[in-house]
Design a protein around this ligand. Structure first.
Ligand code: PLP
Length: 479
C-alpha cells in the first residue's frame, strides 16, 4: 500500500528530479573546494541516524532527498575534491558522469553482442582508441573490466590454464605439480587475491626482491627463482610486473623481465592500474619500455584519466587464450548464426556487464587526448615542484623521489627520537585539519607520508596549499 499523498517516482516525473539532481551536482562541485576533504564523522554516527527497519510504505521523494543531503553527505569523503592527495585519484570528469547518467537510464545488460550490439561495438572501438592513445602495438586487443583486480584475476586464470594445458577448469588443481607465479613485494594486494581465488595459493606466489631507486624486481633473482623451481619439479606459470606501484610507484624493468618470461615460456601480466593513464603522454612511455612484449596489460581510466568508476582497460595479446579460459556457453547464451562476433562476457568473470564504453567515448571526445595530457603533465610538474620545496624545508626528507606525480616524504626534525610516531601524528593532524587529505605507507621499514597530485580539478595553488598545511602542522608537532 502506498501512503496517501505520496507519489512514487514515475518516468514522467523524472525530468523534474533529473534537473534537481543536475543542479545539486553543479552546486556540489562549485562548493567542493570549501569543504573539508574528509568528513568529521565518528564510527556509527550515520548508522545510528538511520531507521533500523525498512519502510513498509512509499516515502516522498522530497524527504528521501533531504535525508540524502542531511544524513548521507556529511559522512562522505570528497574524492573529487581538488585537494584530494590520498591513495590514487578516482576522477569522474563531468562528461563521464553525464554519460553514466545516460547509461543508467537505458540500463542495458551488455553481456553478449546481441544483448546490445552498439555497446559491444563501441567497446571494441574505444578500447582500440585507448590502445593507440597509450602507444600499445596493434597486436593487442582489449576489453573493459570493472576493476584492475578483475583484470589481474583474468590474467592469472589464463596463466593457470595455459600452464595446466587447459586441465584446471575441468579437473581442478589437485594432482598437478604446484604452479608458481612471480612478482615483487611492491605489487598491489589485488595480485595476492587473484592468486588466492585462482586456487594457486599464496605459498606459490614467489616474491622476488626488488632494488634500486625504482624498487624494481631484480632480474637475476627472478631467473634464479624460476630455475630453482624447475629443478624442484614445480611448474612456473607466469610473472606479474608492476608499473607505478601503489605504495611509492615501484616499476619493474619490463625489457629484462620479458626476456626471462620468453626464455621460460611464461605469461607476463603488467599491472599499471594508476600509471597507465600517464602513457597517453609519449614522453612518459620510457617508464614502461618493453610493455609491447607483455601478454596482458591493465590500467584504470577510472583512476587518473577521469572516467567515472568503474572502468578498467585490459589489453591482451592473445584473447583466444582468455576466452578459452573463461567462455562458457549454455544454450540460453548461444548467439546462433552470429559466428565471429565478440561476446565480451567471455572475456571477464561476471556474466552481466554494464555499458562502460559510453563514458570513455564521451570522455575522450569531450576532452580530446591533448586536454587529458595537459592535466597529467600539470600534475606531474606540480608534484615535482612540491617535492623540491619540501626537500629544502628544514626537517623534511623526501624518502622516494617523484615517480610521475607520486612521492613519499617524512618529517624528521633534529632530536626526533621516534620518527614513526611523529609522522603518524602528523598525518592524523593533517587529515583532521581537512584542508588536504594524504595517506601513509611503509618504505624500508619507515613510516612515510605519500603525496600524489591527480585530482581532475586541481590547480597549482592547491599544491601550494598542501605545502603550507604540511609545514604549518609539522611545526606544531611535539618532537
Ligand atoms: N593495482 C594498483 C597498482 C593499484 O594502485 C590498485 C588500486 O589502487 C589496484 C591495482 C586495484 O585497482 P581496482 O580497484 O581497479 O581493482
Amino acid at each position: 500500500m502506498v501512503a496517501l499523498g505520496v507519489a512514487l517516482m514515475k518516468w514522467s516525473e523524472f525530468s523534474h528530479w533529473g534537473e534537481k539532481a543536475a543542479r545539486w551536482a553543479s552546486n556540489y562541485h562549485a562548493n567542493l573546494r570549501n569543504l573539508p576533504v574528509r568528513p568529521k564523522s565518528n564510527p556509527g554516527d550515520i548508522l545510528n541516524a538511520l531507521p533500523v527497519s525498512p519502510p513498509e510504505t512509499a516515502q516522498a521523494m522530497d524527504a528521501i532527498f533531504d535525508d540524502f543531503e542531511n544524513l548521507i553527505m556529511p559522512g562522505m569523503t570528497h574524492w573529487q575534491h581538488p585537494r584530494f592527495f590520498a591513495y590514487f585519484p578516482a576522477n569522474a570528469a563531468p562528461v563521464s558522469v553525464f554519460a553514466e547518467f545516460l547509461v543508467s537510464s537505458v540500463a542495458a545488460q551488455c553481456m553478449l553482442w546481441q544483448t546490445s550490439p552498439a555497446a559491444t561495438e563501441l567497446e571494441t572501438r574505444v578500447i582500440d582508441w585507448m590502445r593507440q592513445a597509450i602507444g600499445l602495438p596493434s597486436e593487442f586487443s582489449g576489453v573493459i573490466q570493472d576493476s584492475a583486480s578483475s583484470a589481474t584475476l583474468c590474467a592469472v586464470l589464463t596463466m593457470r590454464e595455459k600452464a595446466l594445458e587447459w586441465r584446471g577448469n575441468k579437473s581442478g588443481l589437485a594432482g598437478d605439480k604446484a604452479l608458481r607465479i612471480y612478482a615483487s613485494r611492491e605489487v598491489h594486494s589485488s595480485i595476492d587475491r587473484a592468486i588466492w581465488i585462482s586456487g594457486i595459493g599464496e605459498d606459490n606466489l614467489v616474491r622476488i626482491e626488488s632494488s634500486g631507486p625504482q624498487r624494481a624486481m631484480t632480474p637475476a633473482a627472478l631467473e634464479a627463482a624460476i630455475t630453482k623451481d624447475l629443478a624442484a619439479g614445480l611448474t612456473p606459470a607466469g610473472i606479474i610486473a608492476c608499473i607505478g606501484g601503489t605504495s611509492a610507484g615501484a616499476s619493474d624493468d619490463l625489457v629484462a623481465i620479458n626476456a626471462i618470461a620468453k626464455k621460460h615460456h611464461l605469461f607476463l601480466h603488467v599491472d599499471a592500474a594508476w600509471a597507465g593513464s600517464a602513457m597517453i603522454c609519449p614522453e612518459y612511455r620510457e617508464l614502461w619500455k618493453g610493455v609491447e612484449d607483455a601478454d596482458s596489460v591493465v590500467f584504470n581510466p577510472h583512476k587518473w584519466l577521469g572516467a567515472q568508476f568503474d572502468c578498467s582497460t585490459h589489453f591482451i595479446k592473445d584473447p583466444a587464450d582468455l576466452v578459452r579460459t573463461l567462455a562458457i556457453q549454455p544454450e540460453y547464451l548461444k548467439t546462433h548464426g552470429q559466428d565471429g562476433i565478440i561476446n565480451y562476457s567471455e572475456w571477464s568473470v561476471p556474466l552481466g556487464r554494464r555499458f562502460r564504453a559510453l563514458k570513455l567515448w564521451f570522455l575522450i571526445r569531450g576532452h580530446g587526448l591533448e586536454g587529458l595530457r595537459e592535466m597529467i603533465r600539470n600534475h606531474v610538474n606540480w608534484s615535482h615542484d612540491l617535492a623540491k620545496r619540501l626537500e629544502q624545508e628544514d626537517g623534511f626528507e623526501i624518502v622516494t623521489q617523484p615517480y610521475l606525480s607520486l612521492f613519499t616524504f617524512r618529517y624528521l626534525p633534529e632530536n626526533c627520537s621516534d620518527p614513526d610516531t611523529l609522522n603518524l601524528n602528523l598525518i592524523n593532524a593533517i587529515n583532521d585539519d581537512g584542508r588536504i587529505y594524504l595517506t601513509q605507507t611503509i618504505i624500508d621499514g619507515k613510516r612515510v607520508i605519500r603525496f600524489q597530485a591527480g585530482a581532475f580539478t586541481m590547480e597549482k595553488a592547491d599544491c601550494d596549499t598542501a605545502f603550507d598545511v604540511i609545514v604549518e602542522l609539522a611545526k606544531t608537532m611535539k618532537v
